[in-house]
Ligand binder design. Structure first.
Ligand code: FES
Length: 146
């Protein structure tokens, strides 16, 4: 790649990605759920997976959560009624934060893609994402952090 083109691409990526995340958050597509932490688990209310829009209940297919001692968010996907899967959005290639969209996780750094279950779809990453064991009750989702 030509040097000037490389620098331009890097500038667009550096400026464009935070703007894209900001736009997606303002559109409600990316939503950070409220969570609480106890000894070894992160607790998220199931109600975080829906919102009321124009007097209608609208479901979210995923929410993001953060844990204070990790720079990367966790994405919790709801793939069936009361079935969830959670993956750390940390690319296994060189540790860039993954984007969520279109039913996959994609890496803005070198293009790796992962399924919502954390499996590698396309490299250069060759290891699956870290996922978390999940239990639920009537109201809450419990992610095991141990
Ligand atoms: S860091 Fe994600 S593909 Fe390289």
């Amino acid at each position: 790649m030509e040097r000037r083109k490389f620098i331009r691409t890097c500038c667009y990526t550096t400026i464009g990605l935070p703007m894209l995340v900001s736009v997606l958050q303002s559109c409600g597509l990316i939503y950070y759920a409220t969570s609480t932490r106890n000894a070894n688990s992160l607790i998220v209310a199931k109600s975080e997976f829906w919102k009321v829009k124009k007097n209608k209940k609208v479901n979210r297919s995923f929410v993001l959560v953060r844990i204070e001692d990790d720079q990367f968010p966790i994405c919790i996907y709801k793939f069936e009624e009361d079935k969830y899967i959670a993956s750390l959005l940390k690319c296994t290639h060189r540790e860039c934060e993954l984007n969520v969209g279109g039913g996959i996780y994609s890496c803005p750094c070198h293009g790796s893609e992962f399924t919502i279950t954390g499996k590698v779809l396309n490299g250069p990453a060759d290891r699956d994402l870290k996922t978390y064991k999940i239990e639920t009750d009537n109201e809450y989702i419990y992610l095991s952090l141990s």
